[in-house]
Ligand binder design. Structure first.
Ligand code: B12
Ligand code: SF4
Ligand code: SF4
Length: 395
């Protein structure tokens, strides 16, 4: 392809991206992402990946884009902005007795759906011109942030987010890998963080104590998605977060000035049909009353470890302990029901929630009724053995 034809094709791509509502587009080559590879290897060696698979599973694959498509020459990388979280969520079930759980902003809007649709449009443009093209978005085959940084969409901040002066970090990222050779000048942006450390200070668990290196063992965004017991030492820090965490972004000064296009109402992700969730708030008591089928119908599009509803109930019980009304009959009913659950994960976290709310008598009653009789992995016994600081409630 001549340089002129290649530039014209890029213009068509940019036009397709803009008309599909994408907010930034850049191009990079398909050379391996060696710095990302090194970072993954180092984090794995230090155990900072906490057993996560994703891009950590096969680092050689996720950092070698040429493997995605035979003959690949370029990567078109795109960003799609989404609405930042509204801390006050006026429409949310804030007065719910069980408390209101918050959901990260990227979940409360369908940013990935819009991004994927835009990437498909770019694929069509390339394919019409006779090139092969595949989309890769939040996929284990590519390190999205490293690709975006190399394509000039921003720099990697101390919170590890891809950060742009224009868009901030409320973006999701995706790429089109293609056999077309597109102009890809070196346009990596310089670090804009300067002397700022706000994200590191704001992280409730110290997961960013080393700048630019995330310790997943302490990151709440991972812990709500990880299988097993929620680490007791991070339960109070979880606060009201049911799914995801936005703290290291809400404090970022570049997000104060970012251009966030108004895109109308948050998308109904099927959460509202049952009344349990509105905007980015979820009524945790109502969630805990749901059957497995209802819970998966409402929240099954989230990453729930091993597709087991007990893990979302686990998160909800920690939130209930942190923000629920200890005197509410509805909370009492949920605690009783959860303490008698056939799931050892649910029963174990119900022990913590009841004690955190100062309702130790419910635990004692449940023990008389057989709590812990089915405890193959000793989860309930372990909970009963640990001290739980009672939450101080007003009045
Ligand atoms: C695994 C994963 C996670 C894990 C681990 C995240 C992590 N930091 O590794 C968990 C579950 C914790 C997670 C959480 C979130 N995630 Co996530 N996640 C991914 C995934 C699948 C892979 C990330 C990866 O490859 N990590 C490997 C490490 C080595 O990469 P890195 O963290 O970017 O590391 C770079 C920096 O550390 C930098 N660096 C190294 N040393 C230093 C030193 C200094 C001083 C500095 C400044 C930088 C620096 O270089 C490294 C290599 O490039 C990607 C999708 C994908 N396929 O890429 C989405 C992705 C990164 N996640 C995304 C999002 C939206 C989130 C959340 C905001 C969701 C939420 N609200 O809960 C949080 C943010 C938490 C955070 N601060 O990162 C977006 C990020 C978009 C953006 N603008 O950056 C992505 C790209 C998904 C997507 N396609 O849009 N995520
Ligand atoms: S997502 Fe939350 S817990 Fe994870 S690094 Fe950011 S502030 Fe810390
Ligand atoms: S809060 Fe400050 S240090 Fe952290 S990513 Fe934003 S600008 Fe960089």
């Amino acid at each position: 392809m001549t340089a002129g034809a290649s530039r014209m094709l890029l213009e068509q791509i940019q036009h397709a991206a803009t008309s599909a509502g994408l907010d930034a587009v850049g191009v990079t080559n398909t050379a391996p992402f060696t710095q990302a590879r090194r970072a993954i290897d180092e984090r794995k060696a230090a155990g900072l990946h906490a057993g996560m698979w994703f891009t950590y599973g096969r680092p050689e694959r996720s950092t070698t884009p040429a493997n995605i498509l035979t003959g690949a020459r370029s990567i078109v990388v795109c960003a799609r902005n989404y609405e930042p979280p509204n801390p006050h969520t006026p429409e949310g079930p804030a007065s719910a007795a069980g408390g209101s759980g918050t959901v990260a902003a990227y979940v409360a809007s369908d940013a990935y759906g819009a991004l994927r649709a835009g990437l498909e449009r770019i694929c069509e443009v390339l394919q019409r011109s006779g090139f092969e093209a595949v989309t890769v978005c939040d996929d284990n085959r590519l390190v999205d942030r490293a690709a975006a940084a190399r394509a000039g969409l921003g720099w990697l901040g101390r919170n590890t987010m891809l950060l742009s002066r224009e868009l901030g970090s409320w973006t999701v990222l995706g790429s089109v890998v293609t056999t077309a050779e597109l102009p890809a000048p070196d346009q990596a942006q310089s670090d804009g963080c300067g002397t700022c450390r706000r994200c590191q200070t704001a992280c409730p668990t110290g997961a960013l104590d080393t700048a630019g290196v995330l310790d997943a063992n302490r990151c709440l965004a991972w812990l709500v998605q990880a299988p097993g017991v929620f680490p007791p030492e991070h339960r109070i820090a979880l606060g009201d977060r049911l799914y995801g965490c936005d703290d290291c972004q809400t404090v970022c000064p570049f997000n104060d000035t970012a251009v966030t296009p108004a895109r109308g109402q948050p998308v109904d992700l099927g959460l509202r049909s049952n009344g349990a969730a509105r905007g980015n708030s979820v009524d945790v008591a109502e969630l805990l009353r749901m059957t497995d089928d209802d819970l998966m119908a409402a929240f099954g599009h989230w990453y729930i470890p091993r597709r087991r509803p007990e893990y979302l109930r686990r998160n909800a019980l920690v939130v209930l302990g942190n923000v629920g009304d200890p005197d509410s009959p509805a909370v009492e009913e949920i605690l009783r029901r959860s303490l008698s659950s056939a799931s050892d994960v649910v029963a174990a976290h119900a022990v913590w929630a009841a004690r955190r709310l100062g309702r130790d008598e419910l635990v004692a009653e449940a023990q008389s009724a057989g709590l812990g009789n089915h405890d193959p992995d000793g989860l309930v016994a372990a909970e009963l053995a640990i001290p739980v600081p009672r939450r101080q409630t007003a009045g």
